[in-house]
Design a protein around this ligand. Structure first.
Ligand code: NAP
Ligand code: GDP
Length: 326
């Protein structure tokens, strides 16, 4: 890290700061960037212990310390449906503050390009399908995650305003549900995929019944964190629009929660039937997103098959259970 700080002042390297670098997506970008090891790119991965980005002074200080030329902004309060239902307001206020501080500091520091991360769950609840990038502001989001959604929607507005007034090259990506190693595997607070993989682990090792929350009928598109990392790195290097781009598997690859539960069951070689607790909320029934815009840029991009990604993630949790977030 110190080497990078010293080099930054005297070299023409891109210095790419990743906020939220310790999380699911940040760790995937770290892995891919280390494998690529490009000589003109220096990557820095921040965790919340380096700076609480809800605080403007701490945000400014960390930006001054590293003087990034480019920023991938991933840091956010993140969680699954049941956490959103509990602390909707925190999702709004924490994320508004983080995004405001990060983009303001990037403008002040003259950062050349910022790629921020939105999510397909921020789209209008009442909509036509498939959803595309033009539809973000067409109506209120689903009640279950409205705080997070409005905070994320404002990034699109801010990017446009920073570009109009200051010429900043700030853009954003819209991933679908993400999964992979280094996820938050909390059964209470996490997203459905890490939650089910953890439950699969507990069924195998502690004989706890493998129970899916809700009816299993809602449908989702899932992207493997390594695939998303490659696409975010492409966005940073090649994508020149200010308007966001959906980073998703094809709409034909959307699956039901029941289908992923069966894949998790297979990964852990569980014998008992999957159980469903239909007293728990289903949340949004679907949020099918179009990746037509992405396909125009990258028609041949190959996504990791879901079964393979789930198996790799389950194996990762088995190997890292003691240290994994859960
Ligand atoms: P994650 O694994 O929970 O990681 C969140 C990251 O943000 C961590 O590095 C965390 O640091 C950092 N962070 C949280 N609060 C912070 C604060 N106050 N100050 C500084 N850093 C803070 O999340 P993820 O799944 O990688 O998500 C990355 C991005 O993708 C987020 O913007 C999220 O909204 C978006 N996204 C996620 C999904 C999904 O399914 N996971 C889907 C669509 C979009 P610590 O590790 O130190 O706590
Ligand atoms: P969302 O995709 O933004 O709605 O958030 P999640 O990743 O939390 O997915 C929620 C969907 O998965 C809902 O339909 C839940 O009923 C279903 N689900 C089934 N089991 C679980 C679980 O163990 N955890 C979570 N978070 N969701 C689950």
């Amino acid at each position: 890290m110190n080497g990078i700080k010293e080099m930054n002042g005297i070299s023409k390297h891109k210095v790419i700061l990743v906020t939220g670098g310790s999380g699911l997506v940040g760790q995937a970008i770290k892995k891919v960037s280390e494998e690529e090891n490009l000589p003109d790119e220096k990557w820095i991965f921040l965790a919340s212990k380096d700076a609480d980005l809800r605080d403007p002074e701490e945000t400014r200080a960390i930006m001054k310390e590293y003087k990034p030329t480019h920023v991938v902004h991933l840091a956010a309060m993140v969680g699954g449906l049941y956490k959103h239902l509990r602390v909707n307001c925190d999702f709004l206020t924490f994320n508004v503050r983080i995004n405001d501080n990060v983009l303001d500091s990037c403008k002040e520091m003259g950062v050349k390009k910022v790629v921020s991360c939105l999510s397909t769950c921020i789209f209008p609840d009442k909509t036509t399908y498939p959803i595309d990038e033009t539809m973000i502001h067409n109506g209120p989001p689903h009640d279950s995650n409205f705080g997070y959604s409005y905070a994320k929607r404002m990034i699109v507005v801010m990017n446009r305003a920073y570009n109009m007034q200051y010429g900043c090259q700030f853009t954003s990506v819209i991933p679908t549900n993400i999964y992979g190693p280094y996820d938050n595997f909390s059964v209470e607070d996490g997203h459905v995929m890490p939650g089910l993989i953890h439950k699969g682990y507990l069924a195998k090792h502690k004989n706890i019944p493998f129970t899916v929350c809700g009816t299993g009928t809602p449908r989702r598109q899932f992207i493997y964190s390594i695939d998303l990392a490659k696409l975010i790195m492409w966005t940073l290097r090649e994508y020149d629009e200010i308007d966001p781009i959906i980073l998703s598997v094809d709409k034909e690859d959307e699956v039901s929660i029941q289908e992923i539960a069966e894949m998790v069951k297979e990964s852990f070689d569980l014998k008992d039937e999957v159980q469903y607790d239909s007293s728990k909320s289903d949340g949004q029934i679907k949020k099918t997103a179009s990746n037509d815009k992405l396909r125009k840029y990258l028609p041949d991009f190959k996504f990791t098959p879901l079964r393979k990604g789930i198996k790799e993630t389950a194996d990762w949790l088995e190997a890292n259970y003691e240290t994994a977030r859960k």
